[in-house]
Design a protein around this ligand. Structure first.
Ligand SMILES: Cc1ncc(COP(=O)(O)O)c(C=O)c1O
Length: 428
């Protein structure tokens, strides 16, 4: 028997390929290699000035804050959400936590039942479920549906799970696909969700990075009674390191508030006080912050669309991104040629691209998509955000020419990818 005995549920969680690829990319970079780092999903922009200033002003706040979170912040989030979606949100139903990731974990830990994970989905949902000694139930979505869950598929899946309590995690805009569910799509899903009384975690962390609207719609508009919304500062406000997220519990299931409060008070207690004060500035509708987020989103859109068009010209398939900063790309067109190089899985593909072409992307299999699908996630945020932001403020147009001129890692990386694909075509 090993000397130190470790919780088996934790040992079951393996180091992900994502981490390994990111570490390999870092190592190659330290050896002086120029890496096109499309593996890391972090917003590159500075945090909006008003949020930074407020953090400085509040640095002396040293008190523990309430378990639910600072009242003024919860009220601001409640008002923001009520105004965006025209329905009342009670601040008493909002939790503030150290990132939405931790809040999702606490919630998954609390709830009994089977968790449905649409594939492809974010890498951390699965391990979070593993940590409590369970496994997620994967619902495979199709490329022809832009990797979105279809009502019929959901209905069939729920029937298979029989009478256990069901929890669906729905992420829109999506990491890894950049797709956004429309009102109509959510309304149709709501019919099935209601039929099976499914609890939903609506992960809206990219909600404010939408290429057509100021904010993406929410399932809570169509299925308010069982939709738990999560969001935070990390993506649109570029403040992942501040570690601040929120969770909105609908009043219809308010019985989960008290046990959740108990869990939180016995674990992380509360988010750092100065950060909570600063976060108010993110959602209090201050025009400067709205304007900053708008420019960031414009740049994401230009990069995403540029990336998409170039990939399309190379026969690399992907739905056109509508939000967030990712593309879920498929090399299926080159399957035969890739197979001759010994590339049979999405991980083989990512290792090959990194080792031979210095391109870091993450394997589709880490996002629960089948290994043999030859898919990968590419993040289009590999540039110096502060510099690009300055250029954008001076530029008349933020378009493909802007990207070619200012986001060289994206342009050059795509040139590099093109070289690789040409080399494959010559063996066709
Ligand atoms: C889909 C998705 N959900 C949740 C999170 C967690 O965000 P945070 O814990 O920073 O709020 C991330 C971060 O990468 C994400 O991509």
């Amino acid at each position: 028997m090993p000397e130190i005995q470790i919780n088996k549920n934790v040992l079951n969680v393996k180091e992900s390929a994502t981490l390994a690829i990111n570490q390999k990319a870092k190592y190659l970079k330290s050896k002086g290699k120029d890496i096109y780092h499309w593996g890391f999903g972090q917003s590159p922009f500075p945090i909006p000035q008003a949020i930074q200033e407020e953090l400085k002003n509040r640095v002396s706040h040293k008190e523990y804050l309430p378990t639910l979170g600072l009242e003024e912040l919860r009220k601001t989030v409640a008002d923001y959400y009520s105004q965006e979606f025209s329905f009342p949100v009670n601040p008493e139903n909002i939790f503030i936590g150290p990132g939405s990731k931790e809040l999702i974990f606490q919630l998954l830990y609390l709830l009994e039942g089977k968790v449905i994970i649409p594939a492809p989905s974010w890498v951390s949902y699965g391990p979070q479920i593993d940590l409590k000694g369970d496994v997620g139930s994967i619902l495979l979505t199709q490329r022809k549906n832009d990797y979105k869950v279809q009502p019929q598929e959901l209905d069939d899946h729920c029937k298979k799970l029989k009478s256990v309590q069901k929890i669906l995690i729905l992420n829109s805009p999506s990491n890894p696909t950049g797709q956004v569910y429309s009102d109509d799509e959510l309304a149709e899903l709501a019919i099935v969700l209601r039929k099976h009384k499914v609890l939903v975690i609506s992960d809206e962390i990219y909600g404010q990075i939408n290429f057509e609207h100021q904010r993406s719609t929410s399932l809570s508009r169509f299925y308010p009674e069982r939709t738990i919304v999560t969001g935070g500062l990390s993506k649109a406000h570029s403040a992942g390191g501040y570690r601040l997220g929120y969770m909105i519990i609908p009043h219809q299931i308010s019985e989960i508030i008290s046990p959740l409060k108990a869990m939180i008070s016995e674990t992380f207690s509360a988010v750092a006080a100065p950060i909570q004060y600063a976060a108010i500035k993110a959602w209090d509708k201050s025009p400067e912050v709205i304007q900053e987020v708008k420019i960031y989103t414009k740049i994401h859109k230009a990069c995403g669309h540029y990336f998409y068009e170039r990939l399309k010209a190379m026969n690399i398939d992907s739905p056109k991104p509508q939000g967030a900063f990712y593309l879920f790309i498929s090399f299926d067109y080159y399957k035969k040629e890739l197979s001759k190089l010994g590339i049979k899985t999405s991980l083989d593909l990512c290792n090959y691209l990194l080792e031979n072409y210095q391109i870091a992307v993450l394997p589709g299999e880490d996002f629960y998509y089948p290994k043999e699908s030859l898919t990968a996630r590419a993040a289009f945020v590999d540039y110096d955000g502060a510099k690009v932001l300055e250029a954008a403020k001076k530029s008349k147009q933020i378009d493909k020419y802007f990207v070619e001129e200012n986001c060289l890692q994206i342009k050059n990386g795509l040139d590099q990818l093109e070289k690789f694909l040409h080399s494959l075509s010559s063996t066709k």
